[in-house]
Design a protein around this ligand. Structure first.
Ligand code: ATP
Length: 313
C-alpha cells in the first residue's frame, strides 16, 4: 500500500518541504507495477458501474509544477478507463471569452455529468496559484476565491460528484532533469517553454501559493492528496490506489441500483415475450401502449441522452 498525505479538513498546516517527493524505501518498481495493473482492472470495472448507475460522477483535479507529470498521469491512470465516460480538459491561459466570465465559468461547464469522469489538467486552482504569484489580479480579488472554490466544490458534491484533487509533488532537481531531457529530445521539445524556467525562479512563491490553496480548500468531500511524483511509476500507483479506495465503497450502492434496473428490464421483457406468444393484432397493440412506468420514463429520457452523448448518431 502506498503512503499518501491526504488533506481533508480546512485550515490544516501544509508544509510541502516536509513531504517526500520520493517513493518509500521499501517500495519497488516491480511491486508497484503489479499492483497498478490490478488497480487498473478494478477501476475499469468500477467505472462501468458508475456509468450504468448514473447516480454519481467523478472529478479528478491534477495540479503540479511544470513537468510534474500531469499529462503522464492522464495517459497512465486515466488511459486505463473506458473513454466512453471520460472527458479530459486542459486549462491554459484564459481566452478572451473566458476572461469575460467569472473564473469558475470555464470549469463548471466541463464538470462531469452523472455516470462520467472529468479530468482537469490544471484547473480553477490556477486562479489562486499563477494568478497570485504573477499578480495578475489584486490580492483582494484572489483572496476571496478560496471561499468561492469551496462553495463550488460543495455544490458539485451535493449533486453526487466525487472529487479528488492531486498535487503532483516533484523536487526542484527532478524538475530540472525533466526540463533538460525535454530540451534534448526532438520529439518532446515542443513542450518546452521559457516560462517553465522563469517559474523555477519563483519556486518558493509557488510553494507558498500551493500550501495556502491546499490548506484553505481541503474538505472532506473534496480532499487534496499530495503525491510523491519524482518516480513516475510510484506517482501512478498513488493516484490509482487513492482513486480505487475512494470509489470502492460506492460499489455496493451502484450494484444495487443496477440490480433494480435489471429487474425492471427483465420484467418488461417477460411481459413482452408473453404478449407476443399469447396474442397478436389489436390486443398486442393495446398491451404495447400499456408499457411499464419505468420503460415510459426511460423512453422519454432516451432522446435527451442520445442528443447529448452522441449515441443517437
Ligand atoms: P506541462 O506542465 O506539461 O509543462 P502545461 O500544463 O504547462 O504543461 P501549457 O499549455 O504549456 O501546459 O501551460 C498552460 C499555462 O497556462 C500554464 O503556464 C498555466 O500557469 C497557465 N494558466 C492556466 N490557468 C491560468 C489562469 N487562470 N490564468 C493565467 N494563466 C493560467
Amino acid at each position: 500500500m502506498p503512503q499518501t498525505s491526504v488533506f481533508d479538513e480546512p485550515g490544516a498546516k501544509v508544509r510541502l518541504d516536509s513531504i517526500s517527493t520520493d517513493p518509500p524505501p521499501k517500495m519497488t518498481k516491480a511491486k508497484a507495477k503489479e499492483r497498478f495493473e490490478s488497480l487498473n482492472e478494478e477501476l475499469f470495472e468500477l467505472q462501468d458501474l458508475l456509468w450504468g448507475a448514473k447516480t454519481h460522477s467523478v472529478l479528478l483535479v491534477l495540479q503540479g509544477r511544470d513537468a510534474a507529470g500531469k499529462d503522464g498521469t492522464v495517459k497512465h491512470v486515466v488511459g486505463g478507463l473506458n473513454p466512453r465516460g471520460v472527458q479530459v480538459t486542459s486549462f491554459g491561459v484564459p481566452t478572451t471569452e473566458e476572461r469575460q466570465h467569472d473564473f469558475l465559468w470555464r470549469v463548471h461547464r466541463v464538470a462531469p455529468r452523472q455516470g462520467e469522469f472529468s479530468i482537469f489538467n490544471r484547473s480553477h486552482y490556477e486562479d489562486v496559484l499563477v494568478v497570485r504569484v504573477h499578480e495578475l489580479v489584486k490580492k483582494s480579488v484572489w483572496k476571496t476565491r478560496y471561499d468561492s472554490i469551496n462553495a463550488f466544490e460543495s455544490l458539485l458534491a451535493e449533486h453526487g460528484c466525487i472529487i479528488l484533487k492531486y498535487f503532483l509533488h516533484i523536487s526542484k532537481d527532478e524538475q530540472e532533469k525533466r526540463l533538460l531531457e525535454r530540451e534534448k529530445d526532438p520529439v518532446a521539445a515542443w513542450k518546452i517553454n521559457v516560462e517553465d524556467w522563469k517559474e523555477r525562479d519563483e519556486w518558493g512563491d509557488f510553494t507558498e501559493a500551493y500550501e495556502d490553496a491546499i490548506s484553505r480548500c481541503s474538505l472532506p468531500h473534496a480532499p487534496w492528496i499530495v503525491v510523491p511524483a519524482d518516480a513516475k511509476w510510484y506517482r501512478n500507483l498513488v493516484v490509482a490506489e487513492s482513486l480505487a479506495e475512494t470509489l470502492r465503497p460506492y460499489r455496493k450502492e451502484w450494484l444495487k441500483t443496477l440490480d433494480q434496473v435489471g429487474k425492471e428490464r427483465r420484467a418488461e421483457l417477460t411481459a413482452w415475450h408473453a404478449g407476443r406468444e399469447g396474442d397478436s393484432g389489436e390486443k398486442a397493440q393495446r398491451r404495447r401502449k400499456r408499457r411499464s412506468p419505468a420503460r415510459r420514463k426511460r423512453v422519454a429520457e432516451e432522446p435527451e441522452r442520445a442528443a447529448t452523448d452522441g449515441s443517437g448518431a
